[in-house]
Design a protein around this ligand. Structure first.
Ligand code: MN
Length: 331
């Protein structure tokens, strides 16, 4: 088994001024973090937490390493919060998935969620650490009451509020065809399970499209919060050798031909417009290489990047030429 398609997208939504969510699509690691705190603190908290996931985990089983990563992220946010009054009290949720040897290990704190789509049904894998979820679990609140509860955004566990955090961790055996989805509550508070399942099933062969559809549906439902969706599929077969995704493949410049280097403003602008903004869609280099290798995938993004490089080179050449003329004239 191997990780097949993967996608990540985030959107500010229609009511918030800032996007305080962060996400990671760095196979074999995937994560969503939803920050909170005044001013820019929420953004800082979720960013610090997702950045900390890039640190090396202490040795151990997958579950020990996942807990270690979450604890490390917690300390990172907590320490910053303690030393910087401007962001004091900030926190963030984290829901992460580590894929290894056919197993998916989930670590979870807060009210972001992990789901599994398998055999045409959707299963919520994580339990929300929120006030309403706890009231529901103890039978004090019905699902209908929970939906409109005034304190439905209150979470009971977060990273960054204490030096240590209690982390939910568990492992599932993956199967080819599984789609795992991580998301912030900006999705799940706006759309139901049926919409999530429907979007994944309808765009099963294009998870980027599925993620975009889900964000659009959450916005259509009101878009009251930042919306983040990360998903990945488990596919048949083995991972291609690392050489396939060598940087050479992605940074190699297209052969320069004079006609192509001629900047055609209209087309260039159009192509550049179609490059997704960095904050709404992240395509890591190894994914770009995969896109290039898949004949059915539209090569728009790579074309646009290639074009951008060519335009930059053309401008550079013009500037150097002008400078050379200038110096020649002066002397
Ligand atoms: Mn949120």
């Amino acid at each position: 088994m191997r990780i097949g398609q993967r996608a990540g997208a985030t959107d500010t939504g229609r009511k918030r001024r800032r996007n305080e969510d962060s996400f990671v699509v760095r196979p074999p690691l995937f994560a969503v973090a939803d920050g909170m705190g005044g001013a820019q603190a929420g953004e800082i908290a979720s960013r610090l937490a997702t950045e900390a996931l890039g640190d090396s985990a202490p040795a151990g089983t997958a579950e020990e390493r996942v807990v270690g990563l979450v604890q490390g992220a917690n300390r990172r946010v907590y320490e910053r919060s303690a030393e910087d009054a401007a962001v004091s009290g900030m926190g963030t949720t984290i829901t992460l998935a580590l894929v290894e040897d056919g197993l998916v290990t989930i670590g979870h704190v807060g009210d972001s969620r992990a789901y599994l789509v398998r055999d045409g049904s959707l299963e919520q894998l994580t339990q929300d650490h929120s006030l309403v979820a706890e009231l529901m679990r103890s039978g004090k609140l019905s699902p209908e009451e929970a939906e409109s509860h005034p304190q439905r955004s209150v979470i009971t566990r977060a990273l960054g509020t204490d030096p240590d955090v209690d982390v939910d961790v568990f492992t599932l055996e993956a199967r080819p065809g599984d789609v795992f989805l991580l998301c912030s509550d900006g999705l799940t508070s706006m759309v139901g399970d049926d919409v999530i399942l429907g979007a994944i099933e309808a765009s099963r062969d294009d998870l980027d499209a599925a993620a975009r559809t889900l964000i659009a549906r959450a916005n259509r439902g009101g878009g009251e919060d930042n919306i983040t969706v990360v998903c990945f599929e488990i596919a048949e077969g083995e991972d291609a050798p690392a050489a396939e995704a060598s940087p050479e493949e992605t940074v190699r410049l297209p052969a320069v031909d004079a006609a192509a280097a001629e900047p055609d403003d209209e087309e260039t602008l159009d192509e550049l417009d179609r490059v997704p903004a960095v904050d709404t869609m992240v395509v890591p280099p190894e994914q770009a290489a995969r896109f290039a290798a898949r004949p059915d995938a539209p090569p728009d993004r790579l074309d646009a990047i290639g074009r951008r490089v060519l335009v930059t080179l053309a401008i550079l050449a013009l500037v150097l030429g002008a400078l050379a003329l200038l110096f020649w004239g002066l002397s």
